[in-house]
Design a protein around this ligand. Structure first.
Ligand SMILES: Nc1ncnc2c1ncn2[C@@H]1O[C@H](COP(=O)(O)OP(=O)(O)OP(=O)(O)O)[C@@H](O)[C@H]1O
Ligand SMILES: [Mg+2]
Length: 302
């Protein structure tokens, strides 16, 4: 199980060190073994930053990441190296995930070499064949360089590399958004089957509501760096006005007298300026509350 507790990330501007981007603000998140949490939200709301913090790829400004109860953010050196392979990422751009000067086979086998999990050439060949077959690539494609594969083939190679060592937790950051719909479906099926087989936890980041429903055992909606609603079927029965808006975008388009952002307090709900159901209390940020089988940050449900 992987858990983020009170996670925040502030990026400092390179031009003005006093300017901060509060990319993620005080997020609690938990993903069990074998479970997929689909994370959905508008561009720039902090999804990738949250995923990368959970993988320990970037340090949080506040909060900590726990893996099987151990604090990942405090681990250093050999202790961290020993479990590094358990965390993997499949990102939107497969071309930047593989070394362009290496063959696909070299890239797929790299995790084994780094972690000393392969002893001889025969083992390597067997592992390579197993992985290539698993992700549905042709054996001959392993000898090619990344630029000699299509986007879909390349993404399969990235997945083969990510699942090589049976990871415990994987972040899929919009893994199919650059691909055709037909190729998307086969990649998604591949990811889903493999993830359930290995029993690893998965944070599946997407903009696509339908994909979030297909992939997510649970779904979390992010807005302005925070999770504002989370639960099992929240996209079928959205309660937070922002979740309602992303599920039915046309619904509140004509809401009257939406207030300008300059009139909101700094601590207001992130959706205040556009929320058709706002009340005066929304000028103070709502705490996360448990409401039935979901968690939600909205004064309307208190
Ligand atoms: N390295 C960085 N330095 C400064 N600001 C950053 C950095 N990475 C991200 N940000 C900012 O943090 C915010 C959140 O970015 P993030 O990439 O996490 O969003 P996202 O939800 O993944 O967006 P998208 O859906 O477009 O991928 C954005 O305002 C972004 O500009
Ligand atoms: Mg992103």
């Amino acid at each position: 199980m992987i858990e983020g507790v009170g996670l925040s990330k502030n990026y400092v501007s390179e031009y003005n060190r006093k300017m901060l981007t509060h990319a993620v603000k005080d997020v609690d998140i938990r993903i069990d073994n074998g479970e997929t949490l689909a994370l959905i939200g508008e561009s720039g709301c902090g999804k990738s930053t949250l995923g990368r913090m959970l993988l320990n790829l970037i340090p949080p400004s506040q909060g900590e990441v726990l893996f099987e109860g151990n604090c990942l953010t405090k681990m250093r050196g050999a202790e961290l190296r020993a479990i590094r392979w358990k965390f993997q990422i499949v990102s939107q751009h497969p071309d930047s995930a593989l070394n362009p000067r290496w063959t696909v086979a070299d890239s797929i086998l790299e995790p084994f070499r780094i972690h000393g999990k392969i002893t001889g050439g025969r083992d390597q060949k067997q592992e390579l064949e197993r992985l290539i077959d698993l992700v549905g690539l042709e054996p001959g494609q392993a000898a090619r360089y990344p630029h000699q594969l299509s986007g879909g083939e390349l993404q399969r190679a990235v997945i083969a590399r990510a699942i090589a060592l049976d990871p415990a937790f994987i972040v899929c950051d919009e893994p199919t958004s650059m691909l055709d719909v037909s190729i998307q479906a086969s990649i998604i099926r591949l990811l889903q089957a493999r993830q359930k087989e290995i029993g690893c936890g998965c944070l599946f980041i997407t903009h696509d509501i339908q994909l979030a429903k297909i992939m997510g055992d649970r779904i979390a909606v992010m807005l302005g760096g925070q999770i504002i609603e989370e639960g099992k079927r929240i996209l079928d029965h959205p309660v937070h006005p922002f979740t309602q808006k992303i599920v039915s975008p046309g619904l509140n388009e004509t809401a009257p007298d939406l207030i300008p952002a300059c009139e909101c307090s700094n601590h207001a709900c992130s959706f205040l300026t556009s929320c058709p159901s706002r009340i005066p209390r929304c000028n103070i940020y709502p705490e996360m509350q448990v409401c039935g089988d979901r968690r939600i940050r909205c004064h309307l449900v208190s």
